[in-house]
Every structure is written in structure tokens, then in C-alpha cells.
Design a binder for this molecule. Sequence first.
Ligand SMILES: [Zn+2]
Length: 168
Amino acid sequence: MNQMQALTHVSRPELGNTIPVSVFRIFRQFSAHYGEDILGEKGVRSVFTYAGRELGMDIGQQLYTEDLSEYLMRVKQYVFDSSIGILTLAEDLSTDDKMVLQLGECVTCSGMPNIGQKICFFEVGLVAGIVETYTKKEVFAYETKCNANGDDCCEVTVELDPVKMYFN
Ligand SMILES: [Zn+2]
């Protein structure tokens, strides 16, 4: 049994299998703030993003299929079933070189007041890992919108050809 599988074994007869979203956010933001004290802002962002990417690659491998639209459908379903959010590909903003994915009802930021910061680094990595598993190439992903930054959704942009992006 790997660590991921071990985590899914829950025995809480009285308290059940779910926690309030606010508790998840508190655990997460406290970890982020503590990490920031030790590693600095960039350091903690990298840790969260790369941790998310590892998980994204793991999820991607579980859901993998050659058919891209089927793969995306499985990912959407997984993200929904796990209550992470409601994932949609913003087709009007996506091109051959980049994918723009929006996460409605984002577990981390949806409904948060504007604190002037994008905070969903873990989700950025998660999306990057899921895309990389399919493309088998490294991508460059970043958060372009976040509820905590006063935007109307959480949005991750994935540059599929980072090298080309730097030279444009
Ligand atoms: Zn966000």
C-alpha cells in the first residue's frame, strides 16, 4: 500500500469522512504561513506547487487514457467527486500553445474576500501535473485568477511550450 492509498483509509465512526472546508483552509493557510517564515514567499510557493504537481501526476496516471477529451472528462469528474472544484477548460481563452482551466467553487479560495493575493499554488501544480502526464512534456503553469485576489473564479494557465513562450 502506498502513502496515497493509506490516506484514504478513514475510521471515524462518529465524526465521518468529511470536514468543513474552513478547517481544510485553516490547516492549509497555517502551513503556508509557517512555511513562508522558514522558506520565504517564493520557497513556500515552490513547495506547494511541486507537491501539487506530484499529486497531479499521480492522479493523471490513475486516470490516463490516450483520448484527450476522455482524459479531460475523467479529470473533471475526479475533481468534482473529490470536492476540489468544478473544472472547465476555457476554450475561448485556450490556444494550441496554452490551456486555460477554470476551477469553479475552488476548495481553497471560492468565496474568500479579496486579500490581494493569489493563493492556489497547490492547485496550479495539480493542474500542471495532470497536463504533463498527458503531454509527457514539462509545462509552465501559473494562476491567472483567484477569488482571493478579487477575481470571479480560480484560473490556471498552462503554457504547453514554455521555451516558445520565453522567446515570444
Ligand atoms: Zn484560487
